[in-house]
Design a protein around this ligand. Sequence first.
Ligand code: ARG
Length: 469
Amino acid sequence: MSSKGNNNQSQKLWGGRFEEATAASVEAFTESISYDKRLYRYDIEGSKAHATMLAANNLLTRDELRSLIDGLSAIQKDIEEGDFLFKSELEDIHMNIEKALIDAIGPTGAKLHSARSRNDQISLDLRLYLRDQCDRLMGLLDDTQRAFVVLARKYMGKVMPGYTHLQRAQPVLIAHHMMAYYEMFGRDKDRLADCRKRINVLPLGAAAMAGTGLPIDREMVADLLGFDAVTANSMDTSGDRDFAMEFVSCCTMIQLHLSRLSEELVLWSSQEFSFVQIADKFCTGSSIMPQKKNPDIPELIRGKSGRVVGSLMSLITLMKGLPLTYNRDLQEDKEPVFDAVDTVSASLAIMAEMLGNLKFNTERMEDATKTGFITATDLADYLVMHNVPFREAHGIVGRAVAACIEKGCELTDLSLEDMRGFSPVIGHDIFEVLSVEGSVNSRKSTGGTAGMQVEKAVNSAEKKMGIGE
Ligand code: ARG
């Protein structure tokens, strides 16, 4: 027994040099087990690989290794069956598991922590956890992208106004608008895949911060745990949370994309727009106004972006000004990371489900393309094709629009004669050019809204996502 006097330090794995028991207030303030218990699976997986390597390097006997592995498996089973008592006086997930192991298998359990520190252990656990979360989020992003491709296919050929400054700008295909989100969530996936590369590097072996004098084999542990490489500098490793900040910024970008989409759904489902109907089962009513059907899901997703941005702010502020190497501040990284994971996962899952139940009011959307001089740019482009310099063309069309506003009509209501009054190059083919269909189909540039371009984009997305196979 390492503790002196009558105190509870015998419980503590670091109790040797202490004479006094830790104050209860300090235990409550410093514990992380209430939230880092979420990492138990990774902690155990990491410990098994570490033990296997210790045995291969003669730091454990075969029997000791067997007993450690069995002990760890039994603890995992207890945790999963709800039979494990997490203790806050044991601070964190590492010591809760290690203490339970020592209690269960005796002195062999106390050999596990050779050549390891909680500093490299927590980095390992977090990396293993985040590697899984990258894969899971990429799967959820796939589902969301798929929902957009399905909508694009379903509404192929139908038009809507495209907006800039939230003013009607140019007509586009609904499918084109859907595929814009497909692209955004695709970039989010790429970002996660890239972030995963920097997560997937083994920190274990950095020990407290200077490395270890014991004969270990880091490459072997990396291999056992599926890491691509081992970290290069033990001091960097011990205090590095770049990978966590990078991961949460990926989450932030996803949530911001979801939030912009949510804003559009809120607008579009308003009576003023009436572009979409969100299924009843994804809406709620008002406790006072019986006529209301509220778009709560997109509103909440939009609102939750505050949480994710907040998590990113917490994390980057936490890192600012930390000297090398490990500092206890780093314990504060877990909650923002977990909250970002939970919020983004839940938001993506429900968004994908809601999109699968979304209906567009295509007539209403098409009607909205018929007013607001939405094909004015096409008239300018027409003049350019007839050798009128663009700036001059812009002025001509501006004057034509002003005249229409005065008359209370649309460009398409003008006669050919009226039109020619603005520019003599205008011929009778102008009416096709000013039609919504003509406008959309003229935008054949790569990435444009012409039917043939959008069809190409949807086809390739369907192939990529394995839709319709
Ligand atoms: N709970 C700690 C954390 O999350 C684990 C590492 C603690 N290391 C230490 N030397 N106190 O950062």
